[in-house]
Ligand binder design. Structure first.
Ligand code: NDP
Length: 399
C-alpha cells in the first residue's frame, strides 16, 4: 500500500519497525532515520527476511531542512516521529513543507523548560487543514490508547462521562537497583515535575508525588501509585464533553522513589546547565549517560504492565462504571520483537495509528488528538496486533 518514514532508532522505534514489518500489506516499505546511522543499521539487520523493504538514513531532526531533504528523497506517505519530544515541531514543519501526514507519541516540550503542553502543536491546526494533511498527536499508549479507550467508552458505554482515572502500572523487574523504562531524561523530567489533575474546568496543581493511592490491579496485584500530570489530561478535558474530573496515576516502587529522591537532592536531575572542568553539562543528561540504556532492559525484564482507564458517568439515565485495560507481559514482548513492554505498548499503537491514516480510516486534514477519531477500527487492531483489551463493569474504584 505505501511507505513510512520512521524518525528515531530507540526502544519505541524498534517496536514500530518490527510491527510495520509484520504488516507488509500496509507498510510495503519503511525507512528508519535517526541521528546515529549505526543504530538504524543495527535495527535493519534485526528485520532481515521481512517482506517489508527496509532502508536507513541519517538525519538530525532538530534541523527542519534535513528532514525536508529526507522526505523529498524518500517520498513517504507518513512520517512516524518516535525521536524525542524536542523534535516534534521541526518534523511537523517539514511535513507541512512537503505535504506529508504526521504522527507522534509525545507532545512537544522545549528542552529548556520541562513543561509539556499541546499549545505549540495545536497552533498548526489551520496550516495542516489548508495543506490537506493529517497530524495525529500522542499515539502511544498513554497518551494514545488511553484516548482511544475514552472515545470507545463514550461511543459505546456512556451518554455522558463524568470522571476518568487513568491507571498505569508496571510490575516489571529488570534486576537493576535503578533504571528507567524509557528515555531517562524524558521519564525523570515527567516524574519530578509537579502533579496536576483536572476538576470542574480547572487544573489543580500538586507537589510531585503528593497524592498516593494503593490499587489492586488485575493480573498484577496491589501496587502503590502516585498522581502525575500527564499530557492526555489536557486534550481529554477538551474532547470529552461534560467530563468533571480526570486524574492520572502511575505506579512506582519504594526503591525507585528512594533513588530518585537522592538523585534529586544531590542535583543530578536538574536541567540547568552547570560548568564542569570548562564544559557546560546538564546534570540530567549526564545522568542519562550513566544509567542503563532502556533498550538494554528487554532481555532482563520479567513481569507485566497493566494500563487502563476507569470511567464513571451515565447511560440511559442510570449511573454506570466501566474499566478497560490492557495487560502486557515483558518477556512475551521480548520474545516477539526484542523489546520490553514499555516500548512495546508505545510502538504498537504508533504503528496502528499510521495504518489508520494510510488506509484512509483516520485521514482528515488538520491536527488531532487520537480521541477525535473513530475508535472502532483502532480497538479491533489492538486485539489483532498484540495489545488485547479487557473490560469490567464492576471495577474497584480509586478514592
Ligand atoms: P530513545 O531515547 O530510546 O530513542 C530516541 C531516539 O531518537 C534515538 O534513536 C535518538 O538518537 C533519536 N533522536 C534524538 N534526537 C534526535 C535528533 N535530533 N534527530 C534524529 N534523531 C534523534 O527513546 P524511546 O524510544 O524510549 O522514546 C521515543 C519517544 O516515545 C519519546 O518521545 C518518548 O517520550 C515517547 N514515549 C511515549 C510513550 C507513550 O505511551 N505515549 C511512552 C514511552 C515513550 P540517538 O540514538 O542518536 O540518541
Amino acid at each position: 500500500m505505501g511507505r513510512a518514514l520512521i524518525i528515531g532508532a530507540g526502544g519505541v522505534a524498534s517496536v514500530v519497525a518490527h510491527k510495520c514489518c509484520q504488516n507488509p500489506q500496509v507498510f510495503e516499505e519503511i525507512c528508519i532515520a535517526s541521528r546515529t546511522l549505526s543504530k538504524c543499521e543495527d535495527l535493519k539487520e534485526k528485520l532481515k527476511g521481512s517482506k517489508t523493504k527496509v532502508s536507513v538514513a541519517q538525519v538530525d531532526a532538530d534541523k527542519t531542512e534535513e528532514v525536508i531533504d529526507l522526505i523529498e528523497n524518500y517520498k513517504p506517505d507518513i512520517v512516524i516521529n518516535v525521536a524525542l519530544p524536542y523534535q516534534d515541531l521541526t518534523i511537523m514543519e517539514a511535513c507541512l513543507a512537503t505535504k506529508v501526514d504526521y504522527l507522534d507519541t509525545a507532545n512537544y516540550e522545549p528542552i529548556e523548560t520541562a513543561k509539556f503542553e499541546y499549545k505549540w502543536q495545536w497552533a498548526y491546526k489551520e496550516l495542516f487543514e489548508k495543506a490537506g494533511i493529517t497530524a495525529v498527536l500522542g499515539c502511544g499508549f498513554d497518551p494514545g490508547v488511553t484516548g482511544i479507550f475514552s472515545a470507545h467508552a463514550l461511543k459505546h458505554h456512556f451518554d455522558e462521562i463524568h470522571t476518568i482515572d487513568i491507571l498505569d502500572a508496571n510490575a516489571g523487574d529488570h534486576g537493576y537497583p535503578f533504571a528507567t523504562n524509557f528515555n531517562p531524561e524524558i521519564n525523570i523530567r515527567e516524574v519530578t515535575a509537579n502533579g496536576s489533575y483536572y476538576e470542574n474546568g480547572n487544573f489543580v496543581e500538586t507537589e510531585p508525588m503528593e497524592i498516593k493511592r494503593v490499587y489492586n490491579f488485575p493480573e498484577i496485584g496491589e501496587k502503590d501509585m502516585y498522581l502525575l500530570h500527564h499530557e492526555e489530561l489536557e486534550s481529554l478535558a477538551l474532547n470529552i464533553p461534560g467530563v468533571k474530573r480526570i486524574r492520572f496515576f502511575m505506579t512506582f516502587s519504594e526503591r525507585y522513589l528512594t533513588h530518585l529522591k537522592v538523585l534529586e537532592n544531590v542535583g543530578m536531575t536538574s536541567i540547568e546547565p552547570i560548568d564542569y572542568e570548562g564544559h557546560k553539562i546538564v546534570p540530567l543528561q549526564f545522568l542519562k549517560a550513566v544509567l542503563p540504556d532502556p533498550a538494554s532492559l528487554g532481555p532482563r525484564t520479567k513481569g507485566k504492565t497493566n494500563i487502563g482507564c476507569i470511567y464513571t458517568g451515565t447511560k440511559d439515565g442510570k449511573e454506570k462504571k466501566y474499566y478497560v485495560y490492557n495487560v502486557c507481559d515483558h518477556e512475551e514482548c521480548y520474545r516477539e520483537v526484542g523489546s520490553q513492554a514499555i516500548s512495546y505498548t508505545t510502538g504498537v499503537p504508533a504503528m496502528i495509528g499510521a495504518m489508520m491514516v494510510m488506509t484512509g480510516k483516520w485521514k482528515k486534514p488538520g491536527v488531532f488528538n487520537v480521541e477525535e477519531f473513530d475508535p472502532d477500527p483502532f480497538m479491533d487492531a489492538l486485539n489483532q496486533y498484540g495489545l488485547p483489551w479487557q473490560e469490567s463493569f464492576e471495577p474497584e474504584m480509586v478514592d
